[in-house]
Design a protein around this ligand. Sequence first.
Ligand SMILES: Cc1ncc(COP(=O)(O)OP(=O)(O)O)c(N)n1
Ligand SMILES: Cc1nc(C(=O)O)sc1CCOP(=O)(O)O
Ligand SMILES: [Mg+2]
Length: 224
Amino acid sequence: MSIIEEEREPCRLYLITPPRLEPRAFADTLKAALDAGDVASLQLRLKTEAAETADADTIRRATEILMPVAQSRDVAFIINDRADLAAELNADGVHIGQDDMPCKQARKIVGPDRIVGVTCHNSRHLAMVAGEDGADYVAFGAFYDTDTKVPKTRAEPEILTWWTETFVVPCVAIGGITVENAAPLVRAGADFLAVSSGVWAYDQGPAAAVRALNRIMSEEKRSK
Ligand SMILES: Cc1ncc(COP(=O)(O)OP(=O)(O)O)c(N)n1
Ligand SMILES: Cc1nc(C(=O)O)sc1CCOP(=O)(O)O
Ligand SMILES: [Mg+2]
């Protein structure tokens, strides 16, 4: 059986923090969400009101408080944008976009044992380049409307199917994902669903959203 035909791991949840938060208060919300079901990773994605990356000390303080909450529950802690801080703070990895830095530069900074994830929008080319350059996952999006950021592109579920039928590197689906619309992305083949407001703003609370998304990911199987 070729490596491509080997069973891929079931889809898992990848949480992304709200762009602005008070770490001590958010820690209680995070504990409840992570204790509600399986979560593969948490990305600390802190932004200013102007959508710029938050300053280093803000990221350091949030990491000091929130990284132990994640890692004590075997949830990988990924820092957005700042490979230097991911290395300095001994996070599990970094996520970089096309405007942040090249994958190879992030790899040089964080080393071989940390995760480097790369935004690939709706581009097969960007994903293949990221895979070639050693990315540990490629992220496609946005699949749905989102208020969390102004996405550059709209991606269709077919790109998840194409990727997972062709490449071993895991793919992440992101953008406006909720309990209500997650199933088609699981069926299309996403290895991870990256969710922010769909969990933190869920009407029954973040823990209920984690439970519901895990139920969907276990019930829905990749379409053969
Ligand atoms: C898992 C994941 N996918 C995509 C992004 C977006 O990254 P980027 O394009 O760098 O935009 P910002 O998040 O920095 O605004 C992400 N953060 N995580
Ligand atoms: C951070 C991010 N990146 C996107 C992309 O398309 O690359 S969409 C997005 C927002 C994710 O938050 P929510 O789950 O609230 O939509
Ligand atoms: Mg970025």
